[in-house]
Write a protein that binds this ligand. Structure first.
Ligand code: HEM
Ligand code: HEM
Length: 449
């Protein structure tokens, strides 16, 4: 009686025996992954260089196209990472068919080294891209949205690394990303050259065993139907272990990420003070009709119009047109409620370099001085605007019409985002998003008493 393992070992012995001259193929799965990954990597390298170039273009439309392509590049790159890990795990369990006997020691060493090199690159290229977008000053404020479906978290670095080390990590991985791709091109030239030499010069069927539809040349014999993986067994445990470690690691990473984000939110929530405290004790003369009121903004990203609004905010309004001296308004905006209808912009805008919503979840406008404008129903609310933790004097001109117990106010004013440090690192020259941003406010309120 023989065990399963003995059977596999027997098959291996037969397969390796000189009497069986059949050239064994890679498994169908290995062939499929080889060609899918190869095609994707080539597309990625071409797209990557194009994107890097177009992001620097002086033409806004080019920059916008590059910005959109970068999301596809990142999504495809992460797919390559997942497929490559799968392929490597598969490969560890299913060894490659033995190399043809006629190959010299040097050729064998070269073949092994280049294959190992490719496996390293297939993982290191996407990983360096992921690290770059997670930690470089230029890219970390743009979220990675996987084919528009969900946001992929930034790769965390060990907390022992200080902010400075993390920042230099971003720059390093950026450089590594380009150089790894160039190394892949060099290796590819050698790899293709070797494959063609096997096919046309050695005629040993090496190209055929990795390529569906390609017949071995010369007397390489039949391409055996039996995949080599049948010659090994038992190692499936290694695959199960690799998968368990991978999944465990991913779950740990995600839980760490979630824990970090919530703890920052909670800390900020409980320590925030100021305007909200200032509001207590204010009489609420007017109540906002939320369904008819809106705080919106208009800007552009590389020439593409971006219109958004804050969907969650509250205002306490005490206003008497006949007694401006006692009038007072406090508006508190929930920054994370920013919404442009575009997942990518929304994700970017709350990032540290833009509104830094985790550290500064509230934007406030407090006005205690009102002056009547030139014409009827025109006023200016003079006060201070606080965004991203920066407080600046701010005048809000508005027009107001009061009809019985109902008041309607509207205002349009420009805000210079650089005054508040919004996006000054990611886009310091307003090359993507101009510095002046149009703010539009419409408030409908009912007299409360
Ligand atoms: C196998 C997968 C990948 C390949 C072959 C690849 C290749 C490239 C190449 C050749 C460049 C141009 C490099 C330069 O000129 O500096 C590039 C740029 C870029 N890659 Fe990848 N990439 C891959 C995966 C990723 C992933 C997974 C991400 C992020 C999650 C990413 C993000 C980026 C970004 C943001 C740029 C633009 C960099 C710049 O403007 O300088 N890439 N990529
Ligand atoms: C970026 C593109 C490519 C990558 C990353 C890549 C990667 C690899 C790797 C890692 C292996 C080893 C497979 C293993 O033992 O598990 C392999 C084998 C092979 N590749 Fe590629 N490859 C690429 C493109 C190509 C192209 C364009 C050709 C055809 C001209 C080709 C032909 C082959 C052949 C014939 C083998 C089998 C070698 C053998 O039997 O020992 N590859 N490739």
């Amino acid at each position: 009686m023989s065990t399963g393992v003995e059977t596999h070992v027997e098959t291996a012995a037969q397969a390796a025996s000189p009497s069986s001259q059949a050239i064994l193929r890679y498994t169908r799965f290995a062939i499929l992954l080889h060609w899918i990954i190869a095609a994707m990597i080539l597309a990625q390298i071409a797209a990557g260089f194009w994107i890097a170039d177009a992001l620097q273009s002086t033409e806004k439309t080019m920059r916008l196209a590059a910005y959109e392509q970068a999301q596809i590049h990142k999504s495809l790159g992460l797919t390559i990472l997942a497929l490559s890990v799968l392929r490597l795990a598969w490969r560890l369990v299913n060894p490659a068919p033995p190399l043809p006997e006629g190959m010299s020691l040097l050729e064998r060493a070269g073949a092994h080294a280049s294959h190992i090199g490719f496996y390293v690159l297939m993982i290191a290229m996407p990983l360096s891209g992921w690290l770059m977008v997670s930690h470089s000053a230029t890219f970390s404020s743009v979220p990675t949205v996987y084919f528009g479906l969900f946001e992929v978290p930034h790769l965390p670095l060990p907390p022992v690394l200080g902010a400075e080390a993390k920042a230099s990590f971003g720059g390093l991985s950026h450089q590594a990303h380009g150089w790894l791709a160039i190394s892949a091109l060099v290796l590819l030239a050698l790899h293709v050259g070797a494959a063609l030499k096997h096919h046309y010069v050695d005629r040993d069927g090496v190209l055929a065993r990795m390529t569906p539809g390609v017949r071995p040349r010369g007397d390489a014999g039949d391409v055996a139907k039996v995949p080599y993986r049948e010659a090994v067994g038992g190692l499936r445990w290694a695959l199960a272990l690799a998968l368990a470690v991978g999944l465990g690691g991913a779950a740990y990473g995600i839980s760490q990420y979630a824990a970090n984000t919530t703890s920052v939110d909670v800390a900020v929530e409980t320590t925030s003070s100021g305007p909200e405290d200032a509001m207590s004790g204010m009489a609420q003369a007017w109540g906002v009709v939320e369904t008819e009121s809106v705080i919106s903004f208009e800007t552009e990203n590389a020439g593409d119009p971006v219109v958004g609004q804050f969907t969650s905010w509250k205002a306490l309004i005490e206003f008497d047109a006949d007694d401006l001296a006692v009038s007072e308004v406090v508006v508190i905006v929930d920054i994370p409620s920013i919404s442009t209808g575009d997942l990518i912009y929304d994700g970017s805008l709350v990032e540290p370099d833009w509104f830094n919503a985790a550290a500064f979840p509230k934007g406030t406008f407090v006005a205690k001085e009102f002056v009547a404008g030139g014409s009827d129903g025109e006023y200016v609310a003079k006060g201070s605007l606080t965004l991203r933790g920066v407080e600046k004097p701010f005048d809000l001109p508005f027009s107001l019409s009061i009809d019985g117990d109902r008041a309607e106010m509207s205002s349009q004013v420009m805000i210079d985002r650089s005054d508040f440090g919004i996006g000054v690192k990611a886009d310091p020259d307003g090359m993507w998003v101009p510095m002046p941003v149009q703010l539009k406010v419409k408030v409908v309120a009912l007299r409360a008493n």
